[in-house]
Structure formats: C-alpha cells, structure tokens
Design a protein around this ligand. Structure first.
Ligand SMILES: [Zn+2]
Ligand SMILES: [Zn+2]
Length: 162
C-alpha cells in the first residue's frame, strides 16, 4: 500500500483513502440499520409488521426508509436471524424469536402471543409415516380471545346488565 501511494502520488492516495472511508461508512451504516431492526424485534414480543418496525427503527435512525427496512428484514430472514409469519391475514409479521414455538392469535385485536408449550415432534413423524411426505417442521397457531379482549368483553357485559 505504501509503495503504491509513493508511486501514484498523494492525490491518488487521498482518493483511495476517500474511497476506503466511504465504503467503510456505507458498510457501517448498513450494519447499524440491521442492528437497529434486530433491536426493535428482540425488544418486543408483539410479532410486529414491517411498518411498525419501521416506525420504531426511525426513532433511533431518523434517516432510515421503509424500503431499507423491508430489504433488511428480507436479508435477516434469509440469514435465519428472524422469522416471518403470515397468520390469518396477508400482512407479514416478524418474530425476533427464532426458536421453534407455537403461537396464539387473538381474533379480535390481532395480537400474536408466543406459547410456552413443548413442541410436539411426534406429529411430524406420524404424518411422515402415514403420507410418505418429508416433513421438515411444523407451525401451530391457535385462535381465540386474548386476556385483554376477554376482560373488555366481560366489562361490556357488566355495563349492559347495570
Ligand atoms: Zn385480543
Ligand atoms: Zn413468536
């Protein structure tokens, strides 16, 4: 590098330094964006959609764009650092918890909760044996009313009775 700078002169050397610095800055900015998105996802158990993640990430990185958030979510998903899910709706929701786990989705408010329930792997072997399909995993989503919505429902019930 030093001999290259001597040969090509300081101007070229400066340009090389500028290029190196800007590549570093760009790479640094990119990893910062990724970090901000992971931080948002690891900090919530709400399984948010991309728009919500964008709103939160913007608080830390005001310059971040929605397209950047989408791009990062895609690459984080490909790297297995987060998972994407589609539950009862078309909007993708994201999960920072990549350990296999079951979900409960509230029919009323759309809240998605992680269930602390052991994974039943026997269903995979049972179905594989019966159908000959190669089963590589399974997802389980239960539906119903969350505690908040049940409470709201019983509150409304009480006020009607009064
Ligand atoms: Zn609910
Ligand atoms: Zn989850």
């Amino acid at each position: 590098m030093i001999s290259l700078l001597c040969l090509t002169g300081t101007i070229t050397g400066d340009i090389i330094m500028i290029i190196i610095t800007s590549i570093w800055t760009m790479a640094h900015r990119k990893s910062k964006q990724k970090e901000a998105i992971i931080k948002v996802l690891r900090g919530t158990s709400s399984h948010p959609c991309a728009e919500w993640i964008y709103e939160q990430a913007r608080k830390e990185m005001p310059g971040i764009g929605l397209a950047t958030v989408y791009r990062n979510l895609r690459s984080l998903k490909e790297a297995g650092e987060i998972s994407e899910m589609h539950i009862f709706s078309d909007a993708a929701r994201f999960d920072g918890n990549t350990n296999m786990h079951y979900h409960f989705c509230c029919d009323r408010c759309g809240k998605i909760l992680d269930l602390d329930e052991p994974i039943d792997a026997t269903i995979e072997t049972k179905i594989a044996r019966r159908t000959g399909l190669k089963v590589t995993g399974h997802h389980l989503e239960l539906a119903g009313l969350c505690l908040d919505c049940q409470e709201a429902e019983s509150d409304t019930g009480n006020s009607v009775q009064r």
